[in-house]
Design a binder for this molecule. Sequence first.
Ligand SMILES: [Ca+2]
Ligand SMILES: [Ca+2]
Length: 186
Amino acid sequence: MKTTNKLFAAFFALTVGLMLFTGCSKDSNPVDPVGVTGGGTNQKTTDNIDINLKKFYVSRDCDGIEGDGEFDFKIQILSSNNTVLYTYTKGGLHLGDGDSFNINYTVPLVFDRTEGNKFRVKFICSEWDKPLIGDPYRDSRMNKRTLVQEHIFSGDKWSNISGTRYLVTNPGSDCSTQLSYKVTIN
Ligand SMILES: [Ca+2]
Ligand SMILES: [Ca+2]
């Protein structure tokens, strides 16, 4: 009888042990889904983007021996649906070949990191001439000359953001200006 009781007790203990072990295994399972969910919340949905408008530079002043050119320009930053997010204007600049005007202004913006989202930097430039009689008019070669650079979000990054960017009006001609700017993703 004693031997039978011992065997029964040993069997009972083993069975209870297995049940406890199985129970513990089931309880520990919910830990994994919590880890997956925690990783998902780290996805970045927006970028803080600084656009530093650096300099307006005159390669050739559009006036030759008549002296310095008379410039005005406008810079706009546009969203993907063409909403104007920022405008910078400057007029009355008298600048000759190789002269420049320092803008050095940073525009802080926030854009969604969604595939195909974009923003644009638009540069519009004019040079003015004055006849002997009558009102000043815009030089036909620099009459609201407009350049646009697009920056598109695709495959986890923005396009055209390495180094200083240049928008050059009439490159290589004797009536040519440029805007330089730099994009920084924070
Ligand atoms: Ca001119
Ligand atoms: Ca002029």
